[in-house]
Design a protein around this ligand. Structure first.
Ligand SMILES: NC(=O)c1ccc[n+]([C@@H]2O[C@H](COP(=O)([O-])OP(=O)(O)OC[C@H]3O[C@@H](n4cnc5c(N)ncnc54)[C@H](O)[C@@H]3O)[C@@H](O)[C@H]2O)c1
Length: 437
């Protein structure tokens, strides 16, 4: 393809070099004369292993050149990759000005022409930027509508500086957010030779994936360093600890615990987290991330509370009060904390939880249920259907299989607040609120 690459920094230079190597004809655009001159001399504008050789080959073979003129680049291409910077402003907000300038330039140069043109945003932008800023700017400047002669996608970049060419060829994934399948196919074709999982999705999902990735990577570094600081203070080798930690692919380095939903609880996570934070305190080791986790978890309970009471109903049916399905262990159940908040504010609550009810009648947890939480014990019902019918708002609190039937038992004006993403019947008529979706 004939491709214009806007922005010849780390992402643009690597993309231009690799795409030219793969047989495409690339014209790079950058307002910085020095970068343009370097490329045209066959030299890399960035220090990055392997890029210099690729640029020299591509320039020598006539598949890569650079210019400061957006007009020239657009005239000679059928697709543009936008790779300009999106830096932080002083207050932390994202500065999208360079992206919008390029969008406007491209749009203006397309105005009046009738050849189709595709614009792919590789810069990192927050969700909503494509729909709210980039596409309107392209449409206003070009006089075209997205999907009609003007094709738009975003395709976040996952390369890491210092191993950028290797990462380009071996990405963890290829994510394409597109408005239509034709554009998604076209963008996927750029990476035809690359073996990586491919995800074609909406532009908003693609935008947020990139932020979730980078936030997660940052959390991993901070987590390892907090564990490391505690380990050092007690003379334990942090690398021994984390080697074993990382070898656990079932619970640690895995999808476990990574789907948005309700707060964590139970007899281990809260207790052990508190003990570790307390130990760190006694060692004069600060653990703002671990401490923040406790705060974040409490906030999730408050968020669910706000969602439940927002509906205005006073009669609440609460399905599932143990911290996970099929256990009667109520120790530090966030669902219990939530029910207690509702009771404290005078809501009429009925609770259904088969495992807890069984335990109340027969199990070893009977004394705990009747002694420690008698106010909840007396609300426990034996009958799912009756409990659902009682609630003007129905809350599904854990993943007990039988709660999949609860939505089928509901009818307007009942409202469902879902803490676990229960599958809904297609013709579900009631108001619905998911805790994080
Ligand atoms: N650097 C990375 O490792 C990396 C990895 C993944 C994603 N990203 C994202 O990719 C984007 C680019 O990052 P980068 O590190 O390559 O940026 P960079 O600052 O190295 O390069 C940006 C280039 O864009 C040029 N530019 C500015 N306005 C322009 C215009 N109107 N037309 C053409 N060029 C213009 C600048 O002169 C500069 O050369 C950012 O959104 C960044 O968050 C970066």
């Amino acid at each position: 393809m004939k491709i214009a690459v806007f922005g010849l920094g780390y992402v643009g230079a690597v993309s231009a070099a690799c795409l030219a190597r793969d047989g495409h004809h690339i014209i790079g655009v950058d307002p910085q004369a020095a970068k343009v001159e370097l490329i045209n001399k066959g030299l890399s504008p960035i220090v990055e292993r392997g890029v210099g050789d690729l640029i020299l080959d591509a320039v020598t073979q006539g598949r890569l050149r650079a210019t400061r003129s957006a007009a020239e680049a657009i005239a000679e291409s059928e697709l543009a990759l936008i790779c300009v910077g999106t830096p932080s402003r002083r207050n932390g907000s994202l500065d999208t000005q360079a992206v919008l300038n390029v969008a406007r330039e491209i749009g203006e140069h397309l105005r009046g022409a009738d050849r189709p043109y595709t614009i792919v945003l590789r810069s990192t932008v927050l969700p909503g930027t494509m729909r709210g800023e980039v596409i309107p700017s392209l449409e206003a400047a070009s006089g075209r509508k997205a999907g009609a002669g003007l094709y738009v996608a975003n395709n976040p970049e996952f390369l890491r500086e210092s191993t950028a060419v290797h990462d380009y060829d071996n990405p963890p994934k290829i994510v394409i957010g597109a408005l239509d399948p034709r554009t998604a196919d076209l963008v996927a074709g750029l990476y035809a030779g690359i073996d990586a999982p491919r995800f074609v999705t909406s532009v908003d999902v693609a935008e947020l994936v990139k932020y979730a990735d980078n936030a997660w990577h940052a959390v991993k570094v901070a987590f390892a360093n907090e564990v490391g600081s505690i380990a050092k203070a007690i003379d334990v080798d942090s690398h021994d600890v984390m080697d074993i930690f990382c070898a656990d692919r079932k619970l640690n380095i895995s999808p476990a615990y990574l789907k948005p939903g309700f707060a964590f609880g139970g007899s281990c996570l809260p207790k052990d987290l508190r003990a570790l934070i307390y130990r760190a305190k006694t060692l004069d080791v600060e653990t703002p991330l671990l401490t923040g986790v406790v705060i974040s978890n409490k906030r999730q309970i408050d968020r669910a509370f706000d969602m439940i009471v927002e509906g205005g109903a006073r009669d609440i049916a609460f399905l599932g009060i143990s911290f996970k399905a099929d256990t009667d262990d109520l120790r530090e159940s966030p669902q219990v904390a939530l029910v207690e908040q509702l009771l404290g504010k005078g809501y009429n609550v009925r609770v259904y939880d088969r495992s807890v009810r069984l335990a109340q009648l027969t199990g070893s947890n009977r004394d705990y249920i009747n002694g420690a939480i008698p106010h909840i014990a007396e609300m426990l019902s034996d009958n799912l259907e009756e409990t659902v019918a009682f609630g003007r708002t129905v809350v599904i609190g854990n993943r007990a299989t039988e709660f999949r039937n609860a939505p089928l038992m509901m009818k307007p004006p009942q409202r469902l607040v879902d803490l676990v993403r229960t599958p809904l019947p297609k013709d579900f008529q009631c108001a619905y609120e998911g805790v994080n979706w």
